[in-house]
Design a protein around this ligand. Sequence first.
Ligand SMILES: *Cc1c(COP(=O)(O)O)cnc(C)c1O
Length: 367
Amino acid sequence: MVPFLDLQAQMAEIRADVDAALKRVLDSCRFVLGPEVEAFENEFSEFSQCKNSIAVNSGTSALHLALLSLGIGPGDEVVTVSMTFVATVAAIRYTGATPVFVDVEPGRYTMDPSQLEAAITTKTKAIIPVHLYGQAADMDPILEVAAKHKIPVIEDAAQAHGALYKGKAVGSMGDLGCFSFYPGKNLGACGEGGLVTTNNEDLAATLRSLRDWGQNKRYHHQLKGYNYRMDAFQGAILRIKLRHLRNWTQARQKHAARYRDLLKDSPITLPTEFAVGGHVYHIFAVRHPQRDALQKHLGERGVHSGLHYPFPVHTLEAHADLGYEKGQFPVSEKLAAEELSLPMFAELKDEQLIEVQKAIECWSYDE
Ligand SMILES: *Cc1c(COP(=O)(O)O)cnc(C)c1O
């Protein structure tokens, strides 16, 4: 059997350190924010080449607060992609602003910069590219359009911890970067977690206030804030995992290279890597027009796979009120119909990669 993701293998490697960290927090009784979370923020800032990190309780909260820190609310528009996890869009809607979608690029699967200009109106208050599957969006042309119209950029880096774009870390190029530490992400907590990065000191101060009830001093509530604080257990565990992240990412990249070699003659389309080292392979996304049949076949052979994501957000019932129709974003819709996520995690063994190859090799499909 080849699991899609094996968190127990990772935990086995770090268990002693995790136990010690949990004990440290229990002994301190500092359960919310506090020294562990602060230390994690500092270490994450260094990792992501950013001046400020603000830890919160989920990636969704990170996106919500990033938008609020820019003053975004009802009547505003935020341009993003429909080919993303629903949270990107939900966070925009929490603020009362309206999401405006553009399609993704055919090989890269991220925001198509050539469609950006046409989506911008006088109401556009932010642009959110999503670094989908672990590969950075084509940031230079996106930042160029944003600068021309003086619109801030929020990077949704929830799937791309440590990914690079022309040597720059994701989360450090836009005005704000948003990360998720959901357990299955490349850097995952043992529970929920998220973080906002920014080089802007004013935005950082606003974010720190907003995550903790809008106070800058105890009981001095200046802003309508939230309880979005990170808990200390997660901070302490994330500090341990962050030290392993570069190695774990290298292992993912090695597995991706091996998959490419093993599957080069197979009928499936492999992901395109736009820069060496730039893709951190949160998801190894392959494609085939008969995706559902392929997934069923792999499942029968004990190879577990995933779908990211079978329905672009503009086709979801929850967001039907935005008024989009099927067919409006053909690249996203085709990708959603054809994408299959193969097993990908640092601890994958070569035998398992070969098992995946063999399972694909013996799949017979209609030409
Ligand atoms: C996981 C994810 C989020 C949300 O993060 P949570 O921590 O689950 O709230 C947002 N955007 C993308 C692209 C994600 O993959």
